[in-house]
Write a protein that binds this ligand. Structure first.
Ligand SMILES: [Zn+2]
Length: 227
């Protein structure tokens, strides 16, 4: 299921490949820098498992770097350029054949770069997809908030600082509006602790449910690609 775990004689030649894309980016004082990568990998592994026996699916090693400039005021943010991301994804696509991109880092330059490749993309910022996700996600006030923190709690609970998480007050920030107004970093958006939304309300139960919804969307996309 994970390409990197296989020896070469065991690699199927007819598989649909999934490329999990994330970022190395601050996610509040409570969440890991790898939040987006953990989420993308979790979606891919669940979808691959569900399609076992129906469509051969391989999960590629994740791309843990993205175009992530908003968090540059904080320690641990590592951004790459649009050109680097486009080249990397394009060359991976050439190497493997059938490829689906699975992205959980929503900075507009990241999403636009991935769209520009023309490759199939699980694009959660599209309205028809966002509508199936939680209220916080749809509201756009969701960086390291209840939505993302719940997903990490479902997958890697040991990486969430529960004491810090429960002490955080809800912080409503309309990120799409702030971005349209030209704000290009978390601090200018009113996120001086690199989060918005309600991380204190996160739970592993919500995370598991959201993962199931996300995996369903990806399974639908993989079936389209394989057809
Ligand atoms: Zn994130």
């Amino acid at each position: 299921m994970n390409l990197g775990d296989l020896a070469y004689p065991d690699v199927p030649t007819d598989a649909v490949h999934l490329l999990p894309l994330g970022a190395t980016e601050p996610h509040g004082p409570h969440g890991p820098l790898s939040t987006d990568t953990i989420i993308s990998v979790g979606i891919c592994e669940r979808a691959a498992e569900r399609l076992e026996g129906e469509i051969p699916v391989l999960v590629l090693p994740a791309v843990a770097y993205g175009v992530t400039r908003y968090g540059s005021a904080f320690a641990g943010a590592v951004s790459i350029s649009e050109e680097t991301l486009r080249s990397l994804v394009g060359e991976i696509a050439e190497a493997v054949g059938a490829l689906v991109l699975v992205n959980s880092h929503f900075e507009p330059e990241q999403v636009e770069t991935l769209r520009s490749t023309g490759l199939p993309l699980l694009d959660l910022t599209r309205r028809r997809n966002a509508e199936r996700l939680t209220e916080e996600f749809r509201a756009g006030s969701c960086h390291a908030g209840r939505y993302e923190t719940s997903l990490v709690l479902a997958e890697r609970p040991e990486l969430v600082h529960a004491d810090r998480m429960t002490a955080l007050e809800e912080r409503r920030v309309d990120m799409p509006a702030a971005i349209r107004a030209g704000r290009t970093d978390f601090v200018a958006m009113g996120m001086e602790q690199a989060y918005c939304g309600a991380p204190g309300e996160a739970s592993a139960e919500e995370g598991s449910e959201t993962f199931e919804t996300l995996a369903t969307m990806l399974v639908e996309l993989i079936r389209e690609v394989a057809a």
